[in-house]
Design a protein around this ligand. Structure first.
Ligand code: FO1
Length: 311
């Protein structure tokens, strides 16, 4: 029986973990449940950054310097759009635009996002299953002292600088899990919460009705990988958000967030001194190198995750 690996993913850290995973198991055994709270409507197009980052990364086409967009992409259309008065702070390259043009046309013809995403993955010769957590266009909104911001305005236009006082998701109440999402969780031999931002990438997934319950009901080993090492995030605002949202800024802070959802918590060797506190939360711990600075480290992290599940 094929071991089915279900990964809750969002952002660059998740994509890097998946790069390791596809090198230690067959893609057809993997189902990625992707965050869609970062999605943005630009120039009349639906852009799905977290889905595109996973697809481009696993297709070997990602601009790995920044972790998003396509390697060697040009920005001719963006420059031309600027002449019409459009903002150009969100760097959508010409080839990247093609993905969103194609996705938007299919969506306009009534193809649901999970089917559009399946077709896109196949167009990039990927065999793994990648699902948006919901087909509903929800949106992550960032609350700051200056008021609420759309996600990409916070993340890109303002470079994640504002102090975050809250995060909420619009239209979450009518956002149902996309077809296949609850089944993927229920049938998984292992469920992995990738090293993503707990608030911006994982919470939008868990907040979709039925997802958290499905995770809690699962009998499969559930593993979370800390996105925080020595009190900092490898990339992005996760550490600052832990602080501004009142959590301990450490792997322990993240473990507390996931404590009633997972059985295992992976933390970096540099945080070995935190292991006892994380164990006291009732979690099994695994201390290893979680900083995925090379392909071999990505591979070994992924294989260690599968090992704890006995796969
Ligand atoms: N992040 C940036 O910091 N600056 C950008 O100009 C930018 C452009 C961009 C284009 C397409 C895409 O799929 C992602 C892009 N990102 C950019 C990343 C994105 O804002 C976030 O990383 C994700 O939404 C969070 O995972």
């Amino acid at each position: 029986m094929n071991s089915s690996i279900c990964v809750l993913a969002g952002g660059v850290g998740a994509a890097r973990f998946l790069q390791g995973l596809v090198n230690v198991t067959e893609q057809k055994n993997i189902t990625v449940i992707s965050n869609v709270g970062d999605d943005v409507d630009l120039y009349g197009l639906r852009v799905c950054p977290d889905i595109d980052i996973v697809i481009y990364t696993l297709a070997g086409l990602i601009n790995s310097k920044v972790g998003w967009g396509l390697l060697d992409d040009s920005f001719t259309v963006l420059k031309a759009l600027k002449n019409f008065g459009y903002d150009d702070w969100f760097n959508l390259g010409d080839q990247d635009l093609a993905t969103s043009i194609h996705r938007t046309r299919l969506l306009r013809e009534g193809v649901p996002l999970h089917e559009v995403t399946r077709q896109l993955a196949r167009s990039f010769s990927l065999d793994l299953n990648i699902l948006p957590v919901t087909n509903t266009q929800m949106a992550t909104r960032i609350e700051t002292e200056e008021g609420a911001l759309p996600f990409q305005d916070y993340m890109v236009r303002l470079r994640g600088a504002p102090r975050v006082t809250g995060v909420h998701f619009s239209k979450i109440e009518d956002a149902l899990p996309a077809p296949g999402v609850l089944e993927a969780i229920a049938e998984a031999s292992i469920i992995v919460i990738a090293p993503s931002n707990p608030f911006l990438s994982i919470d939008p997934i868990l907040s979709i009705s039925g997802v958290r319950d499905a995770l809690e009901a699962s009998k499969a080993p559930r593993v979370a990988i800390s996105p925080i090492v020595e009190g900092s995030a490898i990339k992005g605002p996760a550490a600052r958000m832990l602080e501004s949202l009142g959590h301990e800024v450490s792997a322990v802070g993240v473990a507390r967030i996931y404590a009633d959802l997972v059985d295992w918590f992976f933390l970096d060797e540099l945080d070995r001194d935190l292991e006892k506190s994380i164990k006291s939360l009732g979690l099994n711990t695994h201390v290893t190198n979680t900083i995925m600075s090379s392909d071999s480290k990505k591979r070994s992290l992924a294989s260690e995750v599968l090992q704890v599940a006995g796969l």
